[in-house]
Design a protein around this ligand. Structure first.
Ligand SMILES: C[S@@+](CC[C@H](N)C(=O)[O-])C[C@H]1O[C@@H](n2cnc3c(N)ncnc32)[C@H](O)[C@@H]1O
Length: 290
C-alpha cells in the first residue's frame, strides 16, 4: 500500500484556532503595514526590463496577505501581466483563498495555478522535471516552521528565482516572545508537527551556510495576552491554547508546567504596563537576492 501523503496540520479546528489567533494578534495588519511600505520599491526593481511577472506563494494559507500583495503588484506595475502559483498544504485554506480571489474583481486578470500539496511534495515533483517553471517573486510567510528540511527548502526555492528575482521570508524574530516560549519549553511543546521550533536565527544560519545574499527588516508586533492569565476567560484560554499548540491549555499540562509557562509568558515574553500584558511577537522579513 502506498504511504499516505503527509497532510498540513491546518485543517478543521486548527484552521478555526489560527483564524481566532489572527483576529487577536493583529499579525496580518502588521505584516501588511510593512509590506505596503517596502514592496512597491521591490516590485519596481524586480519588474524592470521584464515583460511579465511570475509569483509563487508557499504556505499561503487563506490568501489574505497574498491578495493584498498581488493587488499591490498590479497597481505598481500595471502594464505587466502577472501569474500566480500557490503551494499550500491545507485543502480548507486553499478553498478559502479561492473564495477570496473570486470575490476580488481585479484579480480575475491573474491566472492562478493551485498546487494543493505540501512544499516537500512540490519540491519532489518539480526536481525531476526538465521544464521547471521559474519565478520573479517567491514568498514564504510564517510557514518555514513546518518544512522538513529548512536549508534544503530555501536552497530549492532560491534555485527557482529568475534574474533580479526575490525570495521573501517572514518568520518570528529570534528572541521574540514565540521564540522564548517555544525554546524554553521545547520538551513540553514540540511534537510531531513541530519537532523543533524555528525563528529568524535559523533562517539566517541557513542563508549563510548557502552563501546567499540577503537583507533583513524588522516587523514590530505586540498583542494583548492579559486574559490568558484568567482561567475563566474563554478568549484567554482559546488564545493560550493556540500559542502552546494545544486544543486545551488547561487540560494538556500538569499544574506545575502550566504555572511555569504562565510565568515565562508574563516575565520573559511580554512587557506589562498598568495591568496589561503585551506579548512580543516581532517578526523579521528577509529579502533573499537571486
Ligand atoms: C501560520 S500559517 C501561515 C499562513 C499564511 N502565510 C499567513 O501568513 O496567513 C502556515 C501555513 O503553512 C501551511 N503549511 C504547513 N506546512 C506546510 C508545508 N510543508 N508545505 C506547504 N504549506 C505548509 C499551512 O497549511 C498554513 O497555511
Amino acid at each position: 500500500m502506498a504511504a499516505e501523503a503527509k497532510q498540513s496540520s491546518y485543517d478543521g479546528s486548527h484552521v478555526e484556532n489560527f483564524e481566532f489567533y489572527l483576529q487577536c494578534s493583529g499579525e496580518h495588519e502588521s505584516i501588511l503595514h510593512f509590506l505596503m511600505k517596502h514592496l512597491p520599491e521591490e516590485f519596481e526593481r524586480i519588474g524592470a526590463d521584464k515583460s511579465g511577472l511570475a509569483v509563487l506563494g508557499v504556505g499561503s494559507g487563506g490568501g489574505e496577505v497574498d491578495v493584498q500583495m498581488l493587488s499591490l503588484m498590479q497597481s505598481t506595475l500595471s502594464a505587466l501581466p502577472i501569474t500566480a502559483d500557490i503551494v499550500e498544504g491545507s485543502t480548507e485554506l486553499v478553498a478559502k483563498f479561492k473564495g477570496l480571489v473570486t470575490k476580488t474583481d481585479h484579480l480575475q486578470k491573474i491566472p492562478f495555478t493551485w498546487h494543493t500539496m505540501l512544499s516537500e511534495e512540490y519540491m519532489q515533483k518539480t526536481k525531476g522535471r526538465g521544464d521547471v517553471k521559474t519565478f520573479d517573486f517567491i514568498h514564504m510567510i510564517q510557514m518555514l516552521y513546518y518544512v522538513d528540511d529548512l536549508t534544503e527548502t530555501i536552497k530549492f526555492y532560491h534555485s527557482l528565482l529568475n534574474k533580479n528575482g526575490r525570495l521573501m521570508i517572514i518568520i518570528e524574530s529570534a528572541n521574540s516572545g514565540w521564540d522564548t516560549l517555544w525554546r524554553t519549553f521545547s520538551k513540553e511543546l514540540c511534537n510531531e508537527i513541530l519537532p523543533v521550533y524555528r525563528s529568524s536565527s535559523d533562517v539566517l544560519a541557513s542563508l549563510k551556510s548557502l552563501g546567499l545574499k540577503y537583507e533583513e527588516h524588522f516587523i514590530p508586533n505586540t498583542f494583548d495576552i492579559t486574559e490568558c492569565f484568567d482561567p475563566n476567560s474563554k478568549t484567554g484560554q482559546h488564545l493560550i491554547s493556540f500559542m502552546t499548540g494545544r486544543e486545551n491549555f488547561y487540560q494538556s499540562f500538569t499544574p506545575r508546567v502550566r504555572a511555569d509557562i504562565l510565568n515565562v509568558l508574563r516575565s520573559k515574553c511580554s512587557t506589562e504596563k498598568e495591568g496589561k500584558v503585551s506579548f512580543n511577537s516581532e517578526m523579521r522579513c528577509v529579502f533573499v537576492y537571486a
